[in-house]
Write a new protein. Sequence first.
Lengths: 294, 365
Amino acid sequence: MTDLLNRYGALLTTVFILLTGFWLLILIVLPNVYLFEHSFKPYLPVAEIGGPKDVYSFDNYLTFFRSPIHISVFVWTVVYSAVVTFICFLMAYPLAYYLSKVSARALLPTIFLLLFIPLWVSEVLRSFAWFIILALKGPLNASLLGLGIIEDPVRWITGFRGVIIGLVYTYVLFMLFPLYNAIASLDSNQIEAAEDLGAPWWRIHWRVILPHAKPGIASGSVMVFMLSAGSILVPTLLASTNSRWFTEIIQQWMFESQDWNTGSAYAFLLLILCTVFVSAVMRIFRVKLSDIAK
Amino acid sequence: MSAGVDLDSVSMDFGTFRAVDNVAVNIQPGEFFSFLGPSGCGKTTILRMISGFIDPTKGMVRIGGRDMKGQRPNQRPTALIFQNLALFPLMPVWENIAFGLEVRGVDKIKRRARAEELLRLVDLPDAGDKMVSQLSGGQKQRVAIARALAVEPSVMLLDEPLSALDLKLRQHMRAELRAIQKRTGVTFIYITHDQGEALAMSDRVGVMSQGKLQQVANPRDIYNNPANGFVASFVGENNVFAGEVKGQEGNLARFVTPGGTFTARLGPGVAPGAKARLFLRPEHARLLADPGAANSIPVEVTDVAFEGNFISIHARDAGGQVLVAEARNDGSSSIPQPGERRHFAFDGANAVILTGDTAAKDVDE
Ligand SMILES: Nc1ncnc2c1ncn2[C@@H]1O[C@H](COP(=O)(O)OP(=O)(O)O)[C@@H](O)[C@H]1O
Ligand SMILES: [Mg+2]
């Protein structure tokens, strides 16, 4: 702040701050406030808006709790988001460890570049790409068949399988980077000290590296979980007939039923319930918000 | 319990850089052995080869007579105390100490009991439940020692363990480490760039420079009979005269310098006719009122520094070279004043002629 003041002077600094605040307000705060307010109002024909029926109530929220199907979709969304988070962790941890403690320093920029390049392609295209790869007559099955690993083509996009693959692919880097940072900040002498005291590799990870990386694991997990639960593109493109994601229901309310009020209520429910879930999990694993912020 | 360590012509290359060059030494079981040398001379590299984090490019490391090639650190009977200690900050003190036992599958009650026992040994009772961050530097030091002792190593490796402590504590810990070593009988291999530490604690000292072992001897011989110019100048203070060996005089050699001709002992490997340096410790120099019979140079006193137990007197000879003499503060010698003219004199038996580079003294001592 003082840095900014020194560099640009009082006038420019004020302009910067006002502009930033303005756009934050217009693009983020106001739309959310608007949706929040509307989530408490009934969905009415235009003529009746502002009429006697237009009063605040929890009806839109209760709609969710009265619908077993929606509750079940929500539960599965949470369960599979958790599965995605766990798979991301399993994939990212060894890589993060390798990058931060094993690989040659000179290789890092190249490896990070290779990891980043897919992020430059839009999520829609990447999901489509997976749709093609995973198709029954797609390249994955063709290669596996060609290599003789499978005898019949596998139907990859069935149940939540396609969604899980797509979400893991889309969000695994959000797990990798916090993990990488956390492990990189561990003094390598501690790993060597543990080894010197006789610990086998798995105990070194269990007792020294994982506990140190806990804040990184937590922040990576929160990000991947929230992003997965709130993802719409991947579930839309890679879902099968028997898998529905909670965001798809929100989308249905908003665009198919044109009922923005119930849609907003569902969106806030998703946010609130996921936050509750994440807080509960963090409490179980004894992670504090302040640890994550570090 | 304790085991000897043999370094059999060990070399270590990092790329084209030779960090350790053909080091050969046999360290006896139960010995307190120090590697002494300036920063960057390869001491840590030697320790890492003994503990098994790196394998020597050439040569062999034997512990207790067994070739250690291919043995990982967790398979060797050594325990390393790291330069920065590397305690585990997320475990309480007792779990730190018991970590090696946990690895060996000792049950929790026994681990805790053993940790308490070791805490008493290092004089830190009641610290078991504290976190490492709550301890002072000296206390952390003791925990690191206890953690290493817990695995009952045959060889304990210590990498400048006292360098982070302040002077008072350092001197206290010296005595303590020495006592722990005697009590446990474990072989200690100690690394330091502090000559005082090495001389005071060790049974034997190996002086290193640029990856090479310069001399291995007991502290007394290192100081009194240095093998070359590097050892002489790295360990202790000296007055140095450059010159040439010219003949014999009794059992001393005659040494000709631009400032005069002296007699001195001939160091190992110095032949008559060789260009060499004469080394004289300040405590062996005297400042006389009258010229001595031999080994005497007229000087002018420039500075007198009172150091407490001794007095350090700086003087300049005709050629401008600064010479240092030390007098004990016991009233036995008269202390000159700056500006006085004296004769800088010494006994030839106390001076030694050596070849080899002199060491640039560490500034951080
Ligand atoms: N892993 C390594 N790769 C390259 N050079 C190294 C490595 N480890 C040590 N060195 C070099 O070897 C020399 C000796 O290092 P070290 O054994 O740590 O010295 P000391 O402990 O005596 O200060 C130094 O010049 C150092 O830069
Ligand atoms: Mg070192």
